[in-house]
Each structure stands twice: as structure tokens, then as C-alpha cells.
Design a protein around this ligand. Structure first.
Ligand code: GAR
Length: 199
């Protein structure tokens, strides 16, 4: 059984996709042992509680400095007993102590086809705003391992999504979630549960 801890900051629709896949049996041999949010108001925490999953908030605002927050975040991950950490809309820069502890065992979902529209400053709706501004006809989502860079780790899975005439950032975001993110994130976790890491 692969134990996963899911880190979230907002709505948690990707978390919901993982929960649903585990529940339906599509995602086998996976247990969500904890959900961690940096944001006390994240609806994702509510989703975790509604599904009987241990939900904790580790907010940088409640610590004296970044080092103290980083240490508490690492403690919360370690205490969960996670084999794999899943960043599902987690808008916190991952500190080096955490990257070193979970190298090759931490994955992230990004709402574009990396290397397009990624890196510092590209998160959430901003990614789709940039894609529309550039006028690309195809976008998508990427699941990748987390390393020291921003969205630079080895790619695990990608899925393309069509950009349509008249798309707004919100409409495009929803299509990318429905047609790509909610599919490839559970699939990637399933692949790791089945094959192990880095294969
Ligand atoms: C998702 O679109 C995810 O890909 C994105 O934030 C959203 C979270 O939605 N992540 C990033 O932009 C990371 N750079 P959710 O809370 O409904 O899953």
C-alpha cells in the first residue's frame, strides 16, 4: 500500500479527483494518510474532513520565521508516514530540507505543458492568462517530480488540451482540469503505486 500525503492551498479539486479515484477502486493500493494546507481557509481541508482524512494546517503566518515554518512543514510530512508527497495546487516554495528528504518521492501537478508557461510566477489562473495571451492552440497539464527548481523536475505524465475560440482564463482552467489534471494526477500516483519510483 502506497501511503500518500497531499499538500493543498485552495479549492482542492485535484485532491477530490484522487479521493474519488481511490474510492472507485480505479486507484489501487493507495491510501491518503494526510492532507496538509498552508491556508487555514482552504476548502480542500473541508474535503479532507468530509472524507475522514487527517487534515492539518501548517501556516507560515503562525511561525516566527521561514525556517521555523519549514521545519514544522517537514515535521508534518514525516509524521504522516507518507511514502509519496503529492503537491496538488500547493502554492508554497518547497524548502531545500523538504526536497532533500523527499527527493524522487514528491510530485507536482502544473496546469500547462512544461516547459511552456511554468517557473516562477506561473501558478493557477496566471498560467492560463499567459497561454491565452500568447495565442497557443494547445495547452494541457504536466505531472513531474519536484527538484530544487520551479517546475524543472523530471516529467512523469502530460496531457494536451485544446484552446478554443472565445476561451477566458477561467473557462480554459476548467477544461484543463477536467480533461487533463483530474486524469493524469491519479494516473501518475497509480503508476508509482504499481511500478515504484522513478520508472
Ligand atoms: C490546479 O490547476 C493546479 O494545477 C494549479 O493550481 C490549481 C489548484 O486547483 N497548480 C499550480 O499552478 C502549481 N504551479 P485545485 O485546488 O482545485 O486542485
Amino acid at each position: 500500500m502506497l501511503k500518500i500525503t497531499v499538500c493543498v492551498s485552495g479549492g482542492g479539486t485535484n485532491l477530490q479527483a484522487i479521493i474519488d479515484s481511490v474510492r472507485s477502486g480505479e486507484l489501487k493500493n493507495v491510501e491518503i494518510v494526510r492532507v496538509i494546507s498552508n491556508n487555514p481557509n482552504a476548502y480542500a481541508l473541508e474535503r479532507a474532513k468530509q472524507n475522514g482524512i487527517d487534515a492539518v494546517c501548517v501556516s507560515p503566518k503562525t511561525f516566527e520565521n521561514r525556517e521555523a515554518f519549514n521545519a514544522a512543514f517537514l515535521d508534518a510530512l514525516k509524521a504522516s508516514g507518507a511514502d509519496l508527497v503529492v503537491l496538488a495546487g500547493f502554492l508554497v516554495v518547497i524548502p531545500e530540507i523538504v526536497i532533500n528528504e523527499y527527493r524522487g518521492r514528491m510530485i507536482n501537478i502544473h496546469p500547462s505543458l512544461i516547459p511552456s508557461f511554468c517557473g516562477t510566477g506561473y501558478y493557477g489562473l496566471k498560467v492560463h492568462e499567459a497561454a491565452l495571451k500568447r495565442g497557443v492552440k494547445i495547452t494541457g497539464a504536466t505531472v513531474h517530480y519536484v527538484d530544487e527548481g520551479t517546475d524543472t523536475g523530471p516529467i512523469i505524465m502530460q496531457k494536451a488540451v485544446e484552446v478554443k475560440e472565445g476561451d477566458t482564463p477561467e473557462i480554459l482552467q476548467r477544461r484543463v482540469m477536467e480533461e487533463a489534471e483530474w486524469i493524469i494526477l491519479p494516473k501518475s500516483i497509480g503508476m508509482i503505486a504499481q511500478k515504484g519510483f522513478g520508472k
